[in-house]
Design a protein around this ligand. Sequence first.
Ligand code: GDP
Length: 640
Amino acid sequence: MYGEHPTKTGEVVAVYQPSHEREQQTWENSHNVQAWAEIYLLSLSDELLTSAWSTFGYVAQGLRGMRPLILYKIDRTIPDPPCGRGVSMEPCYHAPPIFDCKAQSTTVDIGGLVPHVRHCEDISWGIKLEVFRFAEEENGFGMKTYFKVGACLIVFSVVLIFIFQDTALDSITRFATTSFFATGSEHSCLSRNQSVLYRKSSPHKPSSYLVSKLRSYEELHKRCGPYTISYKRSIKQLQSGQIDHNSSDCKYVVWVADCGLGNRILSITSAFLYALLTDRVLLINQEQEMVDLFCEPFSNTSWILPEDFPFKNKVSGFNQKYGHTYGNMLKNNTINYSTQLLPSYLYLYLSHDCGHEDQLFFCDQDQALLSKVPWLIMRSNVYFLPSMFLMSSFDQELDKLFPDKETVFHHLGRYLFHPSDRVWRLITKYYQEYLAKAEKRIGIQIRIFHPKTSPFEYVMDQILACIQKEKLLPEVGTGKSIASPSKNQTSKVVLVTSLFRGYFEKLKKMYGEHPTKTGEVVSVYQPSHEGRQQTWQNSHNVQAWVEIYLLSLSDELVTSAWSTFGYVAQGLRGIRPLILYNRTISDPPCGRGVSMEPCYHTPPIFDCKAQTTTVDTGALVRHVRHCEDLSWGLKLFNSS
Ligand code: GDP
């Protein structure tokens, strides 16, 4: 019930049962151990609902020290109400004597002999000790109530201050939020408003130029988006295959999916920045595996490529061999820089395995040609964005948009990717159940690309060495003493994400079975262990998105080298992670990233001006350098 449906108040309700032994086996020691554990656990509750007549419940309520809500016996004697508050927290004596000792043969009502012994609420012939009532409860509004109201007001004010400060900082999102809802879009997006309650406010402010550019983009998208007059005209032009300069002033870039969710998020972001720089509208060819992962990012319009888009199947299936890709057309000489009659659409193949001609996309001369083609259909699975920082046509604009080079994905990612309501419910439920209470949250993302070359023991040792070297978690002692939980003890929670369960199990066992040397309490959780990547499954991507987002709520992040899953988490979080280096670098086990930007794994390595020459593209400009985790990759850094 609570797992499948949201609550009306928005509260998250989790339900657990430690055992279901079926039969009472009182002669079994282990059975009694379990019973005692559960009585004790019940006695740690804030509220108790017990079954009438049960001594199991009596012990729990007594140890807890509260009057429980008693589920009345269904013997039709008390059909309504279904339960009632006990008038005493004392257990009931089920079979008391019913005679008067002085006149032994006479039956008396022993529930009426003294004021503090009365009949039980759940058994009319039983007796129990009467409860002492607090005066304040009788007049209904005692001192305790005043204190509670006062405390609530203080907490409420602090939460308000927190929300307003945070929202003010996150001005890109705030803009999206206000415009989105003020205009009355029919799409709900809880995460857009509620994320400030969960994630750390960003210390990185977007430039005012970026904010105003995004506003203009939103206007453009509204004017040219699906089913607008301009869109319909552009579609006609697309179908004709010819550019018609009077047809529409709208130009598009259609993004086509490839690979896992991390790769997709990063390549969409790259395509979006390209759209911003070239005044195009970005449309997403959303396959079923991506349905309902994200909210619509732009107000009163959609970024989803409509189902009735012409040759939609062709678009989904487009690959490097298509004759109509820009790279192949250059290769076959069907297009060149002086071609006058350009087609109304071109395919751009920009995935990890694209060839030299495909990569000419990153040359200024080619951009001049591409800028005239209204429809660009792009397949990409990489964060190709850093290469745009090497092009002189975009140079100045990028400088104004991103004075802080390390925050490109951080800002654009937070702006574009808001979890849909169904994903958001899963995120907040998990967060509140397992992560919220800890003082420090540590996310550890373990991505194993090749199990054969990354043996379990090796990776586990690397993780432990990293944790120890960076003092992320306390060491465990070998002694038997168990540190008692006290109020000033700090608590840390470790969120492990991985396709496999072994790393989590080892960490959990380590901190579950041994006290820490510092007395800190460390809990370890892993939301799923899917076993293998199943990107074509919608529910699998939902889980991946939940975990990327949960990682991004961590105070500290440990990520796996080369993984775009980790890049997205670090970028959304806005921190430089500790990177677990690939096996080729055994010492140190991990190191702090020098930029929080994702890495472009397969950048071009040629100089556009002298096309045949190979150059070190990591040395051309100060803020584009090679990645810490991949020597041939490129990423953005702050040059200072
Ligand atoms: P990358 O391959 O590490 O760069 O990241 P991608 O996100 O592009 O692709 C990996 C895919 O495998 C993810 O999108 C998930 O589908 C799956 N996957 C990998 N690691 C995890 C994990 O820790 N949790 C979950 N739920 N899925 C994962």
